[in-house]
Design a protein around this ligand. Structure first.
Ligand SMILES: Nc1ncnc2c1ncn2[C@@H]1O[C@H](COP(=O)(O)OP(=O)(O)OP(=O)(O)O)[C@@H](O)[C@H]1O
Ligand SMILES: [Mg+2]
Length: 302
């Protein structure tokens, strides 16, 4: 067995049928960096796409997140897990400048995001979905994706107002791009439906596509499988890997569904009371007594 295969075997959670499928295997070797981080070997030698150092935020007397550090490989799929209220969503809010950090630094591709607006951070290359789905419910499915694509729209207000040919051409291009994106989840036939009329699982998928439409380097997914049935969850796992492969982006996800996290993530960080208490491969995390005590034991997962 090669080193790669050994690592793959180790990273496959015992007794998890879904994780044992060939598609689910991680072909990477994880490498310890100088800072206490792991990155897939394929991303080594390239600048980490996302770095956070000593990131933290206090809300009055409550330290919601403290000393959070990450260096994400450019095509890494990572997970953030932990009990309710541990600070997971707050980390996404810090990484996207929804909250201004009390301390610490966030670098995207080496550029400091301090002082940037949420929209500017998105344009720099971080896109996200929300724990509580945020779509434009009265707009169509396609229009929701177009909002994401609009991030890169260059149509000048003038041409927009006078409907000049440049605008028509761009409209057709954007329609094609939106339909391509909808194709990732086989949602083209739903393009003209109102987003608010979609079933819950489809709304979650649409939110991912809208985020992806902004052409990110890093995609943050806050509980993407929440409310999905097992078949939808299984399909989502495959599609997240496909998105990573096709778009060559990094994905950081928060999820309480452990077979999902263990099956798809190469690196997992465990948060408890705002602090990372463990970081490692799915196998390392599942066997870490601190993690079992703080979280997994309570989840009924080994
Ligand atoms: N704007 C805010 N003002 C005050 N406290 C906040 C704010 N946002 C988050 N918190 C607090 O920070 C802590 C972490 O919350 P957060 O939503 O990040 O948890 P979480 O890990 O995402 O939990 P869950 O799994 O339930 O989604 C909680 O105690 C929460 O009440
Ligand atoms: Mg949350």
């Amino acid at each position: 067995m090669s080193n790669d295969e050994t690592r793959v075997a180790e990273a496959t959670p015992a007794g998890n049928g879904a994780a044992a499928s060939p598609k689910r295997r991680h072909r990477s070797v994880l490498v310890q960096m100088e800072t206490p981080n792991l990155v897939p070997e394929r991303d080594l030698g390239k600048m980490p796409v996302l770095q956070a150092e000593h990131l933290g935020i206090d809300f009055g007397g409550l330290t919601a997140v403290d000393d959070f550090n990450i260096a994400m490989g450019r095509t890494e799929i990572s997970g953030l897990i932990g009990p309710n209220g541990a600070g997971k969503t707050t980390i996404f809010n810090l990484l996207t400048n929804v909250y201004r950090p009390t301390r610490g630094t966030v670098l995207l591709d080496g550029y400091d995001t301090a002082g940037k607006s949420v929209v500017e951070v998105n344009k720099m290359g971080i896109a996200r979905t929300f724990q509580n789905i945020r779509l434009f419910n009265k707009m169509t499915v396609e229009e929701n994706v177009l909002v994401g694509l609009g991030n890169s729209m260059s149509t000048h207000l003038f041409t927009d107002i006078f409907r000049l040919p440049k605008h028509w051409k761009q409209e057709a291009e954007f329609h094609d791009k939106a339909m391509d994106l909808l194709g990732i989840f086989n949602m083209q036939s739903l393009a003209r439906e109102r987003a608010g009329n979609l079933p819950y699982g489809a709304q979650r998928r649409l939110e991912i596509l809208r985020a992806l439409a902004t052409n990110p380097k890093v995609l943050l997914l806050d509980e993407p499988a929440a409310g999905m049935n097992p078949a939808e969850t299984e399909e989502l796992m495959e599609n997240i890997e496909k998105i990573r492969d096709d778009f060559q982006i990094a994905i950081l996800l928060i999820e309480h569904d452990m077979s999902f996290v263990m099956g798809i993530c190469e690196v997992i960080g465990v948060l408890d009371y705002g602090r990372i208490i463990a970081k490692g491969t799915p196998e390392e995390i599942q066997n870490d007594p601190k993690v079992i005590e703080a979280y997994l034991g309570k989840q009924g997962v080994k």
